[in-house]
Write a protein that binds this ligand. Structure first.
Ligand SMILES: NC(=O)N[C@H]1NC(=O)NC1=O
Ligand SMILES: [Zn+2]
Length: 460
């Protein structure tokens, strides 16, 4: 007896699209065949819809506890599942206190167990202050350690210098956990900012000038050297330039254990858009030019970029409404739009559906040891997204489930609409005029502890 039988969906599998039934029991996919007999407690007609694995967004800032007014685990996870995600990994900042030891980790875990509508993993921080706490963070179940090579924007989350990063990577390697790096040079970005500000620079263009591509390229190359030397597993978050991608891909080809992430905003917008739209698009690294956007799409198409995370990092409106662009909070609200961007812009550039599923679900799940996540296959959790690929729609503020109803994607036309999201076989989101009311109470999200890397993944 199945708990649920999903009939006739076009399943997005590794080797292509296959129309078949899915039998689900105890939260898992147990059978997959052209026609299943049942019986089942419930049936769902998915004919005409594509069935994707729920997206695994390895890079979000939901900011709870401490800055829940910026986003929050409940609102953030609702937006995630409405956009086709079922798992996220929350960054150790901008929640406050930041996650730097076991106590702060447990506090966030408890908050997420109460409030999250999606399954979740949690990052710990790597800063000069908590090097002695990395083992206890690993013991608590951290998915990895996040560090900023440039200023994080928050005083309480300090950047490691090269020595600290070197020691931190050695320790992370011993603990078997990935180090995720925001790779921009502190020295270059701070130096340029100071000079530009002393000359009176306050505009978007001035901000863009303060964080040139070389700041990313230099930091990425230093991070790769340190990872190569220490044998640490490295994840480069939000890469924004073709040159940084090339350096990282070359390092990977010679055996450095590195994964590459970019974000939808680097694929959709340019510095000129930032000048036009302002605060809603402020981010670091900043947006680049159209040539970089195309270089990133080419790198995705050719398989050099592994994952796409949203880097969802909104704030309250007052922090977005500053005359001095350097003082505007840097962070984009985009957690609900990642699948939409890939289905629209990605497909327009020739990405296949299995490739999109790999970028958003399978690869992040495998890379971060989130066993049972990321694939539409027997044995995997029934974390599924039913999508009407032909539906064309214009994104409005009413669609947003985030705490603040702003997003750079408002007014944009998307092709492909999420009709339903299932988490471990349970419908947690259904599209419709009153979709705000369909989220289950209590929230169903569960904590995920990363599995140890498989032996072949461990660098000798
Ligand atoms: N602290 C924080 O969320 N920073 C993020 N925002 C952004 O635009 N880039 C980041 O790294
Ligand atoms: Zn981030």
């Amino acid at each position: 007896m199945y708990d649920l039988l999903i009939r006739g969906g076009s399943l997005v599998r590794e080797d292509g699209i296959e129309t078949a039934d899915l039998g689900i029991a105890e939260g898992r996919i147990v059978d997959l065949a052209p026609e299943l007999d049942g019986p089942a407690r419930e049936e769902l007609d998915a004919r005409g819809l594509h069935v994707f694995p729920g997206a695994v967004d390895i890079h979000v800032h939901f900011n709870e506890p401490g800055r829940t007014e910026w986003e929050g685990l409940s609102t953030g996870s609702r937006a995630l599942i409405a956009g086709g995600g079922t798992t996220f990994a929350d960054m150790p900042l901008n929640s406050t206190p930041p996650v730097l030891d076991r106590a702060t980790f447990e506090a966030k875990r408890q908050a997420a167990e109460r409030g999250s509508h999606a399954d979740f993993a949690l990052w710990g921080g790597l800063t000069p202050r908590n090097m002695d706490r990395l083992p206890e963070l690993a013991g608590a179940g951290a998915v990895g350690f996040k560090a900023f090579m440039s200023h994080s924007g928050l005083e309480e989350f300090e950047s490691p210098d090269d020595y600290t990063l070197y020691e931190g990577m050695r320790l992370a390697r011993e603990l078997g956990l990935i180090v995720a790096l925001h790779a921009e040079s502190n020295s270059i970005t701070q130096g340029l900012s100071a000079r530009i500000r002393s000359e009176g620079g306050r505009s978007v263009r001035d901000y863009l000038r303060s964080r040139p591509a070389i700041a990313e390229v230099e930091a990425v190359s230093r991070a790769l050297l340190l990872a190569e030397e220490t044998g640490a597993r490295l994840h480069l978050v939000h890469l924004s330039t073709g040159r940084a991608v090339t350096l990282a891909a070359e390092a990977k080809a010679r055996g450095v254990d590195v994964s590459l992430e970019t974000c939808p905003h680097y694929l959709c917008f340019t510095g000129e858009d930032m000048e036009r739209l302002g605060a809603v698009l402020k981010c670091a690294p900043p947006l680049r030019d159209a040539g970089e956007v195309e270089a990133l799409w080419t790198a995705i198409r050719e398989g050099r970029i592994d994952t796409i995370g949203s880097d969802h990092s909104p704030s309250t409106l007052d922090l977005k409404e500053r005359a001095d662009f350097f003082e505007v909070w840097g962070g984009i609200g985009g957690v609900q739009s990642t699948l939409g961007v890939l289905l629209t812009e990605g497909r327009a550039r020739g990405l296949t559906l299995p490739h999109i599923a790999r970028l958003l679900a399978r690869t992040p799940a495998e890379r971060f040891g989130l066993t049972g996540k990321g694939r539409v296959e027997p044995g995997f959790d029934a974390d599924l997204v039913l999508v009407d690929l032909d539906a064309e729609w214009v994104h409005t503020a009413e669609d947003l489930h985030t705490r603040w109803k702003y997003s750079p994607y408002l007014g944009r036309t998307f092709r492909g609409r999420v009709r339903r999201t299932l988490l471990r076989g349970q419908t947690v989101y259904a599209d419709g005029p009153h979709s705000g009311g369909t989220f289950p109470t209590p929230p169903q999200g569960r904590f995920l502890r990363p599995a140890a890397p498989t032996p072949q993944e461990v660098t000798p």
